[in-house]
Design a protein. Structure first.
Length: 148
């Protein structure tokens, strides 16, 4: 195996492991609010502004169908609502309800505490470098996917 193939395999395996670790942490943080990590992820995507399901999927790197399923559950449970989309009649916008915002607010203290612990473990500079490396990796994968 070439060095580049070994590096790709190593990055992919580490990313898969990190994904699992982040999901485990997110499940633990979301549980006290009665939500799941996936619900938190979708609801969190629309806190600043309502988005269509396809827009949430693009931002979060999820499938449109997966986001649709979660969005419908959030609406069913009163944590979100669909609003008309002036730009597209059929693609409604998902927006959090007050109950959804309150559920997210319950997650914030645990999230802050875990963030402080993680950054304390790594140090601020290493945490920044990790984020920058992940952003560069994601951008490179996006560019290569566009070329394919």
């Amino acid at each position: 195996m070439s060095e580049s193939a070994e590096l790709l395999s190593g990055m992919a395996l580490r990313a898969f492991r990190l994904n699992g670790q982040f999901l485990q942490v997110a499940e633990g943080l979301a549980r006290p609010s009665g939500m799941t990590a996936a619900w938190w992820q979708v609801l969190g995507a629309v806190l600043r502004e309502p988005l269509p399901v396809a827009g949430i999927a693009r931002v979060m790197g999820m499938t449109r169908q997966g986001v649709q399923r979660i969005a419908d559950l959030l609406v069913e449970r009163g944590l979100a609502e669909y609003r008309p989309n002036p730009a597209h009649r059929r693609a409604k916008l998902l927006s959090p309800t007050q109950a959804g915002r309150e559920a997210i607010a319950k997650i914030v203290p645990g999230h802050q505490e875990f963030a402080d612990r993680l950054v304390g473990e790594l140090g601020v500079e290493d945490a920044r470098r990790c984020l920058e490396a992940l952003q560069r990796l994601s951008a490179a994968l996006d560019r290569l996917a566009e070329e394919s």
